[in-house]
Design a protein around this ligand. Structure first.
Ligand SMILES: [Zn+2]
Length: 45
C-alpha cells in the first residue's frame, strides 16, 4: 500500500468518502488537515 498524493481543492473535507475508491473508511488528521483513506492509502492534503 502506497500513499498517493492528490492536491485538495476545497477546504471543506469533513466526512467525505475517498475520491479514489469511494470508501468511507477514511481518517482525517486535524493537525495536518490531511485525509487518509484506510482502504487504498490515498492521501488528500
Ligand atoms: Zn480510497
Amino acid at each position: 500500500m502506497q500513499g498517493i498524493k492528490v492536491p485538495k481543492t476545497p477546504k471543506v473535507w469533513n466526512a467525505e468518502p475517498c475520491p479514489a475508491c469511494n470508501s468511507t473508511d477514511v481518517r482525517i488528521h486535524m493537525e495536518t488537515d490531511e485525509l487518509v483513506c484506510l482502504k487504498c492509502g490515498l492521501v488528500v492534503y
